[in-house]
Design a binder for this molecule. Structure first.
Ligand SMILES: [Cu+2]
Length: 209
């Protein structure tokens, strides 16, 4: 066919459109690769500092049940939220002077950075299973066990034990159970009351969204 002026023009437009389409495909391909690359490279962990208190009950609202607290006044919410993929430096002030017995496995610090914690300025990795530990913050599914030494009494003043510990949270969101493993509750063997009340000595931990 003899090329007319019009045919030439249509040919150029078609060629241009094809070029655009190619650029578009290349751009889309590039974007997909970028997304895949981002998914593979793990984001660096964030850092967080938390301060908790263990309140030794003794108030009108809560009788004498002890509880973990974020604000020093109220028990944890039933579901405690922690960030995912985080390095958390946690300070726990324990005002409960009642040391008790724990199963031997829970007298050890596990699942923290270095499997240690600092208690009143001294690094520790394990304790006597008898009479020393007032509570633990334990997330069995994560292998995390943070024993919390009893507070001491100086006259009528309770001097809290101060535990500082660093641990990493999983990168993936998930829900776990936390539990104190020192039977500090009421009822049979001390496993009732606070030990089975969400937010007091047990509950859920939601990591991530
Ligand atoms: Cu407890």
């Amino acid at each position: 066919m003899k090329m007319t002026r019009n045919n030439h023009r249509i040919g150029r437009i078609a060629a241009a459109a094809a070029t655009f389409a190619l650029i578009g495909l290349a751009a889309a391909g590039c974007g997909q690769q970028q997304a895949a690359g981002n998914a593979k490279a793990a984001a660096p962990p964030t850092k967080a500092s938390l301060s908790w208190t263990i309140v030794d009950g003794g108030n009108a609202q809560h009788n004498t049940w002890p509880f973990f607290s974020q604000d020093g006044k109220n028990p944890f919410p039933a579901t405690l939220n922690l960030p995912a993929n985080a390095v958390i430096t946690l300070t726990i002030k324990n005002y409960d002077d009642g040391g008790g017995d724990v199963p031997a496995a829970y007298a050890k610090v596990t699942g923290t950075v270095g499997n240690v914690e600092t208690v009143n300025g001294k690094q520790e990795s394990s304790f006597s299973a008898s009479g020393v530990i007032a509570h633990t913050f334990t997330v069995a599914e994560l292998g995390l066990n943070i024993p919390l030494v009893a507070a001491t009494d100086q006259g009528s003043t309770v001097v809290p034990s101060v535990t500082v510990v660093t641990f990493k949270t999983p990168a993936k969101a998930g829900t776990y159970t936390w539990q104190c493993m020192q039977p500090c509750g009421s009822g049979a063997g001390g496993w009732g009351g606070a030990m089975t009340t969400a937010g007091w000595m047990a509950g859920s931990v939601q990591i991530g969204d």
